[in-house]
Design a protein around this ligand. Sequence first.
Ligand code: TYD
Length: 306
Amino acid sequence: MSDIAETRPGRYLFQKADICDAAVVRGLFEKYGIDTVCHFAAESHVDRSILKPDSFIQTNIIGTFNLLEAARARGKEFRLFHHISTDEVYGSLGPVGAFTEETPYRPNSPYSASKASSDHLVRAYHETYGLPTTLSNCSNNYGPYQFPEKLIPLVTLNALEEKPLPVYGDGKNVRDWLYVTDHCEAIRQIMEKGRRGETYNIGGHAEMENIVIVEMICDLVDEYAPSPKGDSRRRLISFVKDRPGHDRRYAIDFKKLHEELGWSPAESFASGLRKTVRWYLDHLPWSERIRSGEYQSWIKEQYGNR
Ligand code: TYD
């Protein structure tokens, strides 16, 4: 494969490689003199982790270990390892309260357990080897270019195509939604100014029930692309069997990030969702490419028997 693409000569280089391949990772760190890592690479979809946990253990745990080892091997030249993680490591909340950086870990899915494990490794490398690290645990991301296995793009594209909109259980599970560019800005600030060895929670200040989001998406798709049937896409909402171990509610307290670094989200959920739905409707060829091939068999396996 053509593994290297240099799109902005001297500034940006893309190398396609597997973080589970320790020798390749180590080689890249040496070849390019890498001194800073922002580690996003992960298997991230809970439903996939329930059906096939293996790749989650490999990529999220072994992959992170390989990156940490490659960073450690750089010795004093290494400057920062930033690890991207999730609020799901904290488990599920009742109707009130929010996760802080002090909330004990209580992961409930193979996905969140694998992320919790990688968080512990990052922390241990700081404590044991003095590796300069920062760690962030964010809430549910949304926005352009999200893989259409996730709730918001899945429902947007299904609504446009007049397909059923699968809502798990009673639809009252709550997530705290973070617009992707707000997340990126928080990461930039943590990497630039965050205290080494620390964890920062990142939230969107946008707690929503799934069913409310699905209804909002229906209304936005109706507005931008009225149904040929002339009625509301809300008729497509279909309550399906719940996800096993489905966490009821997540909410993030990001006071530490706000007070130490001055960050807070710029996007409201209403404006972020509108932009996101608009983006998917304007980029159908992108989704089409993604949703061919392997995606089809995933959808069949995941939703076929619900
Ligand atoms: P998801 O986008 O998979 O993120 P996460 O599991 O990391 O929170 O799901 C968001 C919420 O939407 C979650 O409570 C599960 C629910 N959901 C559905 O109801 N139907 C679906 O088809 C999907 C993918 C998710």
